[in-house]
Design a protein around this ligand. Structure first.
Ligand code: SAM
Length: 447
């Protein structure tokens, strides 16, 4: 069945539903099919793609998405429209959630194919929706969004323009944002009072993003733009004593205002103001023999380059529901960056034993003093374990955690059945060692 959501069809369906567009839900329905096609084409839907539409409304985009996406998830808040959507989009590959898209649990999206997000967003919640669907917990590779023109211009602004601000820099750090086209009010029913625009947000690759302390970066940028006309040094008083040398290093005038710095200068400023410690090759590890007896000490670099046998620990933290906390490794880890992994993991330091390393790593990565840990299995060295003897421990903790930003992108509890399904469909999302941990008899019996 194919519906062209023309203006007359839009009005006809509203009449059939005995309903009228609601302002408080930001309901302005698109009735230009050429534009709908052009918006959907920006998603470049491929076989296997899972498309998530926020606020499908009467289905102006949905019809086109349903025809091409392998899996389609619709999230609609309006209880008057949901029965209509369920009737028209009653197909195996389509799931409809009647809920506020801000409440949607992003964890559900992992393990069901590459995720693409699209929405003619209700303007009243556009900013929090972007913050959520572009967050570290979102698996989306691209977002195609129709926004109020003013917000689209802020997101896509260039340095020095009046729209260039904290949002431009903070969202732009991880996403390539492009203002694709403006939309006149006349393509919507009813006509909104403001102009709209379509933007694409494409996730940047690891190579395009500089490692740094994200919290410090956001804090500096937001404080820097909190009073646009003020010179930066007045807004960042903690840097006053080193301001001239910082300005010299990053190539700005000491009287600079926030809008004069491009993103790379904000990143350099963060590096100087809050140096972050990435992993370095000079750490020392015990090298062991095939019986796991210490034979000498070597640097991290030498151990890894020469495939020397050494020791590590993996910890699996369960909550009271039996869900397992997975961490998404930081993009700046030297191994398996950006992959989902055990709750915490790390090397056994030189002179340390496994039972001492396990709680230390949990404290360093998740910021917790764990309850007693139980050893639940052991992995022997091979290329998958990176030539490590690995002791695996389990413990119970409900969070919240205080994760170390340079160690974790993000983390969340997932049910074991979900993890099992996800790992069988997309093993490439996980660190190979975690996949081995899942096969330990003590864990496999829980699955
Ligand atoms: N996609 C349709 C189109 O292009 O014609 C509708 C767009 S209309 C601007 C916004 C849609 O989002 C409406 O269907 C509205 O009911 C829905 N909506 C509003 N707030 C929502 C929320 N918090 N969560 C999910 N949907 C929401």
């Amino acid at each position: 069945m194919f519906f062209e959501m023309t203006l007359s069809e839009t009005k006809r369906v509203l009449e059939e539903l005995s309903t009228a567009p609601t302002k408080s839900l930001g309901q302005n329905f698109l009735h230009d099919q050429n534009l709908a096609r052009s918006i959907v084409s920006l998603l470049d839907i491929q076989p296997g793609d899972h498309v998530v539409e926020v606020g499908p409304g009467l289905g102006a985009l949905t019809e086109l998405l349903a025809a091409t996406a392998t899996k389609l998830t619709l999230i609609e808040k309006d209880s008057r429209l949901v029965p209509y959507l369920r009737r028209v989009y009653d197909a195996k590959h389509i799931t409809i959630h009647h809920m506020d898209a801000l409440e949607f649990d992003l964890r559900e999206l992992w393990g069901h194919g590459p995720v693409k997000i699209v929405g003619n967003l209700p303007y009243y919640i556009s900013s929090p929706l972007i913050a959520k669907y572009a967050s570290a917990l979102s698996p989306a590779s691209i977002l195609v969004l129709t926004l109020q023109l003013e917000l689209a211009q802020r997101l896509g602004a260039t340095r020095g323009s009046k729209d260039y601000g904290a949002m431009t820099i903070c969202v732009g750090r991880r996403w390539d944002i492009r203002l694709e086209r403006k939309l006149p009010a006349s393509v919507f029913h009813p006509r909104p009072k403001v102009e709209s625009a379509v933007i694409t947000m494409r996730r940047k690759t690891r190579e395009e993003i500089q490692p740094l302390d994200e919290g410090a970066f956001e804090s500096l940028v937001r404080r820097g733009f909190s009073a646009r006309r003020k010179q930066l040094h007045n807004l960042l008083p903690e840097l006053r004593s080193v301001w001239d040398s910082i300005c010299n290093d990053i190539g700005i005038k000491s009287t600079a205002r926030a809008e004069e710095l491009h993103s790379a200068q904000w990143e350099s400023l963060t590096h100087l103001a809050a140096p972050s410690v990435a992993q370095h090759g000079t750490e020392l590890f015990d090298v062991v023999d095939e019986n796991d007896c210490v034979i000498r000490t070597e640097s991290r670099e030498s151990v890894h380059v020469n495939n020397l046998l050494h020791r590590a620990v993996h910890m699996l933290v369960f909550n009271e529901n039996g869900d397992l906390f997975l961490q998404k490794r930081s993009l700046w880890k030297d191994r398996n960056p950006g992959l989902w992994d055990s709750s915490a993991a790390g090397h056994v330091d030189t002179g340390e034993d496994y039972p001492t390393a396990a709680p230390r790593e949990l404290a360093e990565e998740l910021g917790i003093i764990p309850p007693p840990l139980t050893p639940i299995g052991r992995l022997v060295p091979c290329s998958t374990t990176g030539w490590e003897f690995i002791e695996v421990y389990r413990t119970e903790h409900n969070g919240p955690f205080n994760p170390a930003p340079m160690e974790l992108e993000t983390g969340a509890f997932f049910s074991l059945p979900h993890i099992r399904l996800w790992a069988s469909r997309s093993p490439e999302d996980f660190s190979p060692v975690f996949l081995k941990c899942l096969q330990l008899p003590s864990i496999a019996s829980l699955l």
